[in-house]
Write a protein that binds this ligand. Structure first.
Ligand SMILES: Cc1cc2nc3c(=O)[nH]c(=O)nc-3n(C[C@H](O)[C@H](O)[C@H](O)COP(=O)(O)OP(=O)(O)OC[C@H]3O[C@@H](n4cnc5c(N)ncnc54)[C@H](O)[C@@H]3O)c2cc1C
Length: 432
């Protein structure tokens, strides 16, 4: 284990997808980068379903070969049961030539972190940032490393990719929960059971490496939903509950794990698929995890990924959003380091471009009458204009299938973009 320097060009806080992306790009640009990660990788994380945009970023980061070599399960799309309609999203219908993935996040995040290291970033694991002090234009990053005395480092820039820990936003008091999207997520892991292919065929879990699975989402009640994601050795199942349903869930007796299993057993389609599966006993929960981007960058500090903002995970876009933020922050900081006179201009560009992307994600998850829709449409205007036709059609399709198309349709209408959406209806498969 090397010694952490007392100064550097850029400190990156956190080695998730967002932090690793920023560190890789900055190190490739020739800057001295120190990444401080609280945990030791591989470490567990939720967020296992990836959309095909993902590959754009691994190509950029030089990580595609390593991700392919890992042998994650490929998926060609998703199936959604909502409002008694069963519908299919097949990525190739949107012009994508590469598949989505179902990934064990501990493995994926390890690959991305090692990729950053191979490109020259200095990585220090088991090193938690405890605060970012001083003027945000001249930050002092304080840390605690396992088995060592606390230390501090003075960088020219800081990228906060600390995920839901949101080190800088919490310290500034700017982490504001999103009043339009307030949910609780619970998830756990099973082995065995059955799964659906993209054509709705039912297969036993043991064939998961032979016959590609797809992500399955099913609505439970108003605005609640369950996911079913087949991994190589387990099945990830999560339940998202709105506040009213959470109260009923809490009063349903027994332990939290037992209540979770009962909910999964009753979920449409998923309950039948998992009838003979075994719950591994691992269960996790997070409450009110959606929050707004109040300040995305200030002085020499940039916020990326979940440390910047988070939207309901219904669109499987969190990892891609983090990678985008990391790459965008690296671009902005790189320009500012090369040409300090442009620092304010490029920081402002980062804030605007990242805010556009967040606004689009929020619109996809909001009902048309949510209080924040009008403001989000204004913020999304440029992002929608810059996105490709395939990307827009996929956004519309995802939001429509999840019965939450209100915000994005209003936005597309106002911005003069086609709202035509041709979801493919399918018969509900017989799983019993
Ligand atoms: C219920 C749920 C389901 C989801 N499903 C999906 C999905 O299917 N697909 C998808 O793409 N996304 C999904 N997401 C979102 C996805 O998990 C996140 O958006 C993504 O992990 C964010 O990446 P990140 O790099 O910003 O943060 P993280 O992946 O959380 O990484 C942050 C890193 O910072 C480290 N850290 C924290 N505090 C400190 C500190 N003080 N000092 C140093 N290091 C620190 C952590 O150890 C961690 O390694 C889901 C999220 C939730 C809550």
């Amino acid at each position: 284990m090397g010694k952490i320097p007392s100064s550097t060009d850029v400190v990156v806080i956190g080695g998730g997808p967002a932090g690793s992306a920023a560190a890789t790009q900055l190190a490739r640009d020739g800057f001295d980068v120190v990444l401080l990660e609280k945990a030791r990788h591989p470490r567990p994380s939720v967020g296992e379903s990836l959309i095909p945009h993902f590959w754009r970023f691994t190509d950029m980061l030089g990580a595609t070969a390593a991700v392919e070599a890992e042998g994650f399960l490929e998926k060609s799309g998703g199936l959604v049961l909502w409002d008694d309609r069963f519908r299919q999203i097949r990525f190739r219908d949107f012009g994508y030539t590469r598949p989505g993935l179902h990934v064990e996040r501990d493995r994926l995040d390890l690959i991305l972190l090692r990729n950053a290291e191979q490109h020259g970033a200095r990585i220090f694991e088991e090193t938690a940032v405890t605060s970012v002090d001083g003027d945000l234009a001249r930050p002092v990053v304080k840390y605690r490393r396992a088995g060592s005395d606390p230390g501090e480092i003075r960088p020219r820039y800081v990228v906060d990719g600390s995920g839901q820990s949101a080190v800088i936003a919490r310290a500034l008091g700017t982490r504001r929960f999103d009043p339009d999207i307030r949910f609780t997520a619970m998830w756990g892991y099973y082995t065995g059971g059955r799964y659906l292919t993209i054509d709705g065929d039912v297969e036993p879990f043991s064939r998961q490496r032979e016959i590609a699975p797809c992500t399955l989402v099913a609505a439970i009640g108003d605005w609640g939903w369950v996911w079913h994601i087949i991994l190589r050795d387990s099945v990830s199942i999560g339940v998202i509950l709105p506040p009213a349903r959470l109260r009923a869930f809490k009063s349903a007796g027994a332990t939290r794990e037992a209540r979770f299993q009962a909910l999964v057993a009753q979920a449409p389609i998923v309950g039948d698929l998992m009838r003979d599966a075994q719950f591994t006993g691992e269960m996790y929960a997070i409450r009110d995890y959606s929050y707004l981007p109040v300040r995305l960058a200030e002085g020499s500090c940039y916020l990326v990924g979940d440390a910047a903002a988070f939207v309901d995970p219904i669109n499987s876009a969190g990892v891609v959003f983090g990678l985008y933020g990391g790459v965008l922050a690296a671009w902005s900081i790189g320009r500012a380091l090369h040409s300090p006179q442009r620092a304010d201009e490029v920081r402002q560009m980062f804030c605007e471009m990242y805010a556009d992307r967040i606004a689009m994600l929020r619109l996809m998850a909001m009902p048309a009458d949510a209080a924040g829709v009008a403001a989000a449409i204004e913020e999304a205007r440029r992002g929608v204009a810059m996105s490709s036709d395939a990307e827009r059609r996929l956004m519309l399709m995802q939001a429509t299938l999840n019965a939450r198309p209100g915000g994005i349709i209003r936005a597309f209408e106002q911005l003069g973009v086609s709202t035509e959406c041709t979801a493919r209806d399918m018969p509900i498969p017989k799983v019993a």
